[in-house]
Design a protein around this ligand. Structure first.
Ligand SMILES: Cc1cc2nc3c(=O)[nH]c(=O)nc-3n(C[C@H](O)[C@H](O)[C@H](O)COP(=O)(O)OP(=O)(O)OC[C@H]3O[C@@H](n4cnc5c(N)ncnc54)[C@H](O)[C@@H]3O)c2cc1C
Length: 483
């Protein structure tokens, strides 16, 4: 343990952000990586608990007390090795992870928890800055070929782990660029795409072959983004490769199925809206057809995807932004003694909300009304949850004038056409059925076809996708190399 009394001496170091007024002028990242002295103080606060709950709470089981101590002692290269031992892509989690580890920090019981995510970001940025992150190709080839379908964090983690085991790995992606939601979902102000590109270059140098713009299977529903120019059938892939991993995400968005007016012009899925801006940021020519400039924007759905839409709408210069949710507002605080070491269900305003947004709760859209085919208002009502159902409060109907409605109500699972193409079974929730443990771990109902990430566990987090990718790669390797 570096500084025995550190937790008593120092307060948590907050990450520096650009001011909201400044940062909404562009789409670039606005969180600054810790300076050396600040990182040492942050690391010094770690108590190196005998039983480290932070490590237990992290889906990747990151060796948090170890690297906190190493950062405190200025051993940044060693800290990077420790971090990479469990996490292929700390630059993604160091930026966008909600940090499930921090509410589990024991210091959090009496003070602010250690700022673990900021230390993670500091370590990996030191690694890139000093040239410590290098390709690690394996010269010993196994002769086995694996196809990975989908290039989000799960697919990329599978690919990197397997290529380092000596297998020949090809990643198929229907969109024109590699990265999954890291590329086209998560906005640049949370994760700049150069951060993704430098990691992709490492994977390519290790031997991973990317095939962007190739749809595996066919017939995706219209609600799913598809930038493909070619397609490959499931049969072709199965014939060409020894194993296939389906890391296709959970792209099927929930819509306003029973709500009249949901197909009016001006009503968009969140992913269409976010992708359009991410494409613009990547230099795509022409006008962004989904620009919110001067519009009264209403975002339906109170989660993180909706919050990302708030950030984009503010940067585009929306006239007003309202985000509503059918659930009630969560409490501002909880009794830590009751929730620790678990994730507390408390109200949270994201950095995008700080930039300007009205939020409302216990509200449901009843119908959308338009003029000449274009949305003009939402007729909504207040609801309360009774026996698991949202019930309208009588006499609570009201109208919300709007020019643009964004649907951010979550995702129900992967497109069923992918499951049908491979003949794999779905779980009760609509995800791809593949157990996490046991002899058939990550293996679907079809031999040689595996699944990982949101496609298998349902809509989740980047950190879980990386965990799934690593664990699935382990299972694929064992299956390929079985006697
Ligand atoms: C807007 C948004 C913001 C988010 N922000 C955060 C955040 O801040 N922090 C966090 O931890 N998590 C966040 N998440 C969740 C996180 O991004 C996902 O959990 C994670 O990306 C899942 O990884 P994945 O690899 O399983 O799938 P994805 O990232 O969804 O990648 C799947 C890929 O498969 C491709 N694909 C699908 N079908 C085919 C096919 N038939 N042929 C070829 N390619 C195909 C898709 O095009 C896609 O690129 C966010 C999610 C969204 C939607």
């Amino acid at each position: 343990m570096g500084k025995v009394t550190g937790f008593k001496e120092f307060d948590r170091v907050g990450e520096n952000h650009l001011e909201p007024k400044e940062r909404v002028k562009n789409y670039r990242e606005f969180t600054l990586t810790l300076e050396d002295d600040a990182a040492k103080v942050q690391g010094a606060r770690c108590m190196e608990c005998g039983v480290a709950y932070c490590n237990h709470a992290c889906p990747l089981a990151n060796l948090i007390p170890d690297f906190n101590d190493q950062v405190y002692r200025g051993l940044n290269k060693e800290a990077l090795e420790r971090l990479h031992a469990t996490n292929n892509f700390p630059e993604f989690t160091g930026r966008v992870c909600p940090a499930l580890c921090e509410p589990a920090c024991s210091l959090g019981l009496i003070a602010d928890p250690v700022g673990i995510r900021s230390i993670e970001r500091y370590i990996i940025e030191k690694g890139w800055e000093n040239g410590w992150v290098k390709p690690e190709p394996n010269p010993n080839k196994t002769g086995k070929r694996v196809a990975v379908v989908g290039s989000g964090p799960a697919g990329l983690a599978v690919a990197q782990q397997l290529v380092r085991q000596g297998h020949d790995v090809h990643v198929y992606e229907k969109n024109d660029r590699i990265g999954g939601l890291l590329r086209y979902g998560i906005p640049g102000f949370k994760l700049e795409k150069t951060v993704l590109d430098r990691r992709l270059a490492q994977l390519e140098a290790e031997g991973v072959v990317f095939h962007p713009g190739v749809l595996v299977g066919s017939r995706l529903p219209e609600a799913i983004q598809d930038g493909s120019k070619e397609n490959v059938s499931a049969e072709e892939l199965k014939a060409q490769y020894d194993a296939v991993v389906l890391a296709v995400g959970a792209e099927m968005p929930r819509g306003l199925d029973d709500v009249p007016g949901a197909t009016l012009q001006g009503v968009h899925y969140a992913m269409a809206y976010l992708t359009a801006q991410n494409r613009k940021d990547a230099g795509e020519r022409g006008k962004n057809k989904l620009d919110a400039q001067g519009k009264r924007v209403v975002i339906i759905g109170g989660g993180d995807t909706g919050s990302d839409c708030v950030g984009i709408a503010n940067r585009q210069g929306a006239a007003s932004i309202l985000q509503f949710d059918r659930n009630q507002r969560l409490p501002d605080t909880v009794n830590k003694a009751m929730t620790w070491p678990y994730w507390p269900r408390v109200h949270h305003d994201s950095s995008s909300h700080e930039e300007g947004c009205t939020r409302d709760y216990g509200v449901m859209a009843k119908r959308l009304v338009g003029r000449r085919g274009k949305v003009e208002k939402i007729v909504a009502c207040r609801v309360q949850k009774v026996a698991g159902r949202y019930v309208e409060i009588q006499g609570s109907e009201f109208e919300i004038p709007t020019d643009m409605v964004i649907l951010a109500m979550g995702f129900s699972g992967p497109a069923s056409s992918v499951l049908e193409a491979f003949g794999v079974e779905a779980s009760r929730t609509g995800a791809i059925d593949a157990p996490e443990e046991g002899a058939r771990r990550y293996l679907t109902s079809v031999d040689g076809v595996f699944a990982a990430g949101d496609a298998r566990r349902g809509q989740s987090l980047v950190v879980w996708a990386i965990h799934e990718g690593r664990a699935c790669a382990d299972a694929v390797d064992a299956w390929l190399m079985r006697g």
